[in-house]
Design a protein around this ligand. Structure first.
Ligand SMILES: [Zn+2]
Length: 374
């Protein structure tokens, strides 16, 4: 009994400790940012390691992007499908498309909103892209070390704040939807609505008005499967105010479209605007939640020939779900069974003693009722 109780206590402590650390981090940090608006600043991806000198938040510990190690994500059944409203725009509604020297930005009307999947409501502000070059991929987030060809970010702010500018400095101010772009067999008509205008905004600061279309077409069809974590704007000022959603399903565009994206724009030095992604940042204890049960998150044998510490970590983390929870469950069941058994013994001993000592009858009654409920 005492040994099982000790085991259960230790397991409970371990699990509660980890769960506490997780929720604390998830609640605390969130974010993202080429979403600055017109105010232009003179940072570049070439001095990405020094952003923190001028923008101190860039040197903090809950930054984005990150590598999402799928085996270490935590399945959360509470993460509901992302729901969008107002994303389908009529062609007569014109949107500003611009080259800000860091990326291509499509400004979005406030009628676009996230209405499900987050605890609060968020309004859209703009979307933009990150990409590589003709030589290599350029997504910002990576999945278990894999970098995708490109990545779209749709930036929103919490409706409880008056404006994007006010929301971007609040811990729960921003929500960014991120999705990966890959090369597929066909031209993507939604992305073509943007790409066909890139030759009109080749130089930094140029802008053009484009016709409205179904903005949701730029995102994956499946908005149920995603990863969620708290991070930052991925460009200066790197505010740690973004609740990130990174979709599991990718979006396909044609090879020609990918090439158009990588070749069309120029930066402030009139050089090709390429590789506009920030290196992945440390997790520093943050947890990445998954809205779905990944096959990698179940306990499995440690693959041979991998880095020792990494596999050990991965193993303990992946066993959290199946392993630790089941261990606690069985531990508790074992404790209850042991308790019932002891009560049963106690009852019989008390019954035997009743002949000698009538005052124990009350205890016998209690023990019997406990036994009945077990
Ligand atoms: Zn971005």
């Amino acid at each position: 009994m005492s040994r099982s109780a000790l085991r259960v206590s230790l397991l409970l402590l371990a699990v509660l400790g980890r769960a506490g650390a997780g929720s604390e981090h998830v609640g605390q940090d969130p974010p993202h940012s080429s979403e600055q608006g017109p105010g232009h600043s003179h940072w570049s991806y070439e001095d990405v390691e020094h952003w923190g000198v001028v923008y101190p938040d860039c040197a903090r510990t809950s930054q984005s992007p990150i590598n999402i190690d799928v085996a270490k994500t935590i399945f959360s059944p509470h993460l509901r499908p992302i729901q969008l409203s107002g994303y389908s725009l009529p062609a007569n509604q014109k949107l500003k498309l611009s080259n800000n020297g860091h990326t291509v930005v499509l400004e979005l009307p406030e009628s676009l909103a996230i209405t499900g999947g987050y605890a609060q409501q968020y309004r859209a502000v703009q979307l933009h892209l990150h990409w590589g070059s003709l030589m290599g991929p350029g997504s910002e987030h990576t999945i278990s070390g894999h970098r995708f060809a490109a990545e779209i970010h749709v930036v929103h702010y919490n409706t409880k704040y008056e404006s994007f500018q006010k929301a971007m400095v609040q811990p729960d101010g921003l929500a960014v939807l991120g999705a990966f772009l890959e090369v597929g067999p066909r031209e993507n008509p939604y992305y073509q609505e943007i790409f066909e205008h890139l030759n009109e905004i080749e130089a930094e600061g140029e802008e053009v008005m484009v016709s409205g279309f179904n903005i949701a077409g730029l995102l994956p069809a499946n908005l149920k499967f995603y990863f969620h974590y708290n991070g930052s704007l991925t460009t200066p000022p790197c505010y740690q105010t973004v609740k990130w959603t990174v979709f599991n399903q990718t979006v396909l565009i044609s090879r020609e479209q990918m090439s158009t994206l990588a070749r069309s724009l120029r930066n402030e030095d009139s050089e090709p605007l390429q590789n506009n992604y920030r290196p992945v940042q440390g997790l520093n204890g943050r947890w990445v939640l998954a809205s779905f049960q990944t096959t990698l998150s179940v306990e499995k044998p440690i693959p041979p020939g991998r880095d020792g510490s990494a596999t050990t970590e991965g193993h303990s983390s992946s066993s959290f779900h199946a392993g630790d929870v089941l261990a606690v469950l069985f531990g508790v069941l074992f404790a209850i069974t042991a308790l019932a058994f002891l009560l049963y013994i106690y009852k019989h001993r008390s019954q035997n003693a009743r002949l000698d000592s009538p005052t124990k009858s009350k205890v016998i009654y209690t023990a019997a009722s406990t036994e009945n409920t077990v």
